[in-house]
Design a binder for this molecule. Sequence first.
Ligand SMILES: NC(=O)c1ccc[n+]([C@@H]2O[C@H](COP(=O)([O-])OP(=O)(O)OC[C@H]3O[C@@H](n4cnc5c(N)ncnc54)[C@H](O)[C@@H]3O)[C@@H](O)[C@H]2O)c1
Length: 256
Amino acid sequence: MDLQNRSVVITGSGSGIGRACALEFAKEGANIVIADIQLDAAQETVSRITAAGGKAFACGVDVSKPDSVAALVSETIKQYGKIDVLVNNAAVQVNKTIVDTSFDEWNKQMSVNVGGVFLCSKLFLPYLKSTKGNIVNMSSVNGFFVEPSCAGYCATKAAITGLTKAMAIDHGPDGIRVNCICPGYIDAGLAEGYFQSQANPAQSRAEAGKLHALWRIGKPEEVAQVAIFLASDRASFVTGSAYVVDGGFGSGLPPK
Ligand SMILES: NC(=O)c1ccc[n+]([C@@H]2O[C@H](COP(=O)([O-])OP(=O)(O)OC[C@H]3O[C@@H](n4cnc5c(N)ncnc54)[C@H](O)[C@@H]3O)[C@@H](O)[C@H]2O)c1
């Protein structure tokens, strides 16, 4: 989908949805930067891409740290000479109420989930201007359809949806598009962490499926396909949008 030789940076692509995005973008012929705080995991994603004939390199980065993100930008420009697409996907999730959440846990979620989008966007935007590139932020249905015991996380996802719209307005005149995706439950790390935090993880997982009209949770690849569409020229008039990819999450009461 016209992503051949595009330079695509994906944060948090050492696992889950980010890794699926990396593999699917690589299949489209894009050159990928696998940016993750876990360098081993990032290298594993690179191995899978190169084994399939694609092009990628790994970069250990903490998206909440300005110097670390600056190094990611330098390495991207050094290796690929440009950036066309930034996928801000890295996140952490604390499964607690606000009363039980420590100040450090609150700050960590804000600095990784929201601060990471801020920092990566801020430092890559000057380069995206020259390619008329675009940004895809990974938000969540939890930004507007919340659940118990993950209050801080829900707040970060609402912030990302707002930030997406604000950046779209500010940078649209430069030809830069900014969109976000709001997935429902997806079979990946953060959902698994949520299930494990519940009294009965297997039951929690089974019940989560039934919150979706399709009566199942989603696959990371199903989110990746929408990221590819948003990043491609086929979405040339799509900006400031929050794309819901949730199998009909919360569409109504489940059948009896
Ligand atoms: N899994 C779901 O059900 C679900 C639903 C809605 C939205 N999302 C969103 O999708 C994205 C990916 O979630 P996932 O479930 O695939 O999670 P995951 O835990 O599988 O992957 C997250 C990745 O981010 C990396 N990471 C964490 N902190 C980092 C930091 N400071 N700097 C760089 N990398 C860091 C981790 O090492 C990990 O590889 C998140 O933004 C999440 O909010 C997930």
